[in-house]
Write a protein that binds this ligand. Structure first.
Ligand SMILES: [Mn+2]
Length: 291
């Protein structure tokens, strides 16, 4: 089963969706391994047409769904190698990888591939959590450390974080020292973010950046989050204004929300991302950040 509207062949596609159903470093409530398959199944509850962008996945985008990687639980380095190899295969074909988690650690595999391919890579990161710990309970490859591992790769001033409202005192000190650029609580300053022309950017979306009232299906819910319309507007702005070379959506844990609204939200957001990713140059989607 493919995500709705993602029925082009690999050769035809401009964007390639793939799943990394991995959650073995999850610290609190696991279950994100079921995220990609739940999104595919539930995607048939949404339309392929976006009234926000007046575009349709079937006619205005070319998306292939490459399915899920078969990742070895308990072996994070091996899992990251496999994710990196898949992202590299998609980059090699001149296409845009769209990774579905899984826990947030999976991002590191795709970022490794992107950093090798695109010198000067930046990361635009939406999350409730800073994910900047150097280790978590002595473990460096943990979803709680993923942005710190990305910082190891890219260096100071290359990661922009939005919506962050949880972390240790040490993580907030790391931000305040300018090692990463962080806007806590919201994405209100996104409009002032600018990179030199042509700078490649990796967009990583931990869906727990959303408020748990709208998105309860996640392992570490954190009150005080963004609204769906606010996030949708921010992401479509990022995809319109920057040269985004890869995207991921992580931390959907579908069984933690029996109502299904979290999975439905994740499907809708992915549709909008896939459309905005392939929008004609210079087109700013008409969405309303205020809600
Ligand atoms: Mn998070």
């Amino acid at each position: 089963m493919s995500f709705i509207g993602a029925d082009r062949t690999f050769g035809e596609a401009r964007a390639v969706v793939f799943g990394a159903p991995y959650d073995s470093t999850t610290s609190f409530r696991p279950g994100t391994r079921f995220g990609p398959s739940a999104m595919r199944a539930e995607s048939f509850g949404i339309e392929t047409y976006s009234p926000y962008q007046d575009r349709d996945l079937e006619t205005d985008a070319a998306v292939h769904d490459a399915g899920d990687l078969e990742l070895p639980f308990g072996a994070p380095e091996r899992a990251l190698d496999m994710i990196e190899a898949e992202a590299a295969r998609i980059f090699d074909a001149g296409k845009t990888p769209v990774l579905l988690g899984g826990e947030h650690l999976v991002t590191l595999g795709a970022v490794r591939a992107a950093a090798k391919r695109f010198p000067g890579l930046r990361i635009i990161h939406f999350d409730a959590h800073a994910d900047l710990r150097d280790d978590y309970l002595g473990v460096k490859l943990s979803h709680a450390c993923v942005m710190r591992r990305c910082h190891d790769l890219l260096g100071d001033g290359r990661i922009w974080q939005f919506g962050i409202r949880s972390g240790t005192r040490e993580e907030f000190a790391f931000m305040k020292a300018g090692r990463v650029k962080t806007e806590p609580f919201s994405a209100d300053t996104l409009a002032s973010l600018s990179f030199p022309e042509g700078t490649p950017a990796y967009l990583t979306v931990d869906l727990d950046v959303l408020d748990p009232s709208e998105f309860p299906g996640t392992g570490t819910p954190e009150a005080g989050g963004m609204r769906f319309r606010e996030l949708l507007s921010a992401l479509t702005e990022v995809l319109a204004r920057f040269r985004v070379v890869a995207v991921d959506n992580v931390e959907l844990s579908p069984h933690l929300d029996q109502s299904g609204r979290s999975t439905a939200l994740a499907c809708k957001l992915l549709r909008e991302e896939l459309l905005a990713l392939q929008a004609p140059d210079g087109r700013v989607p008409q969405t309303d950040r205020r809600s």
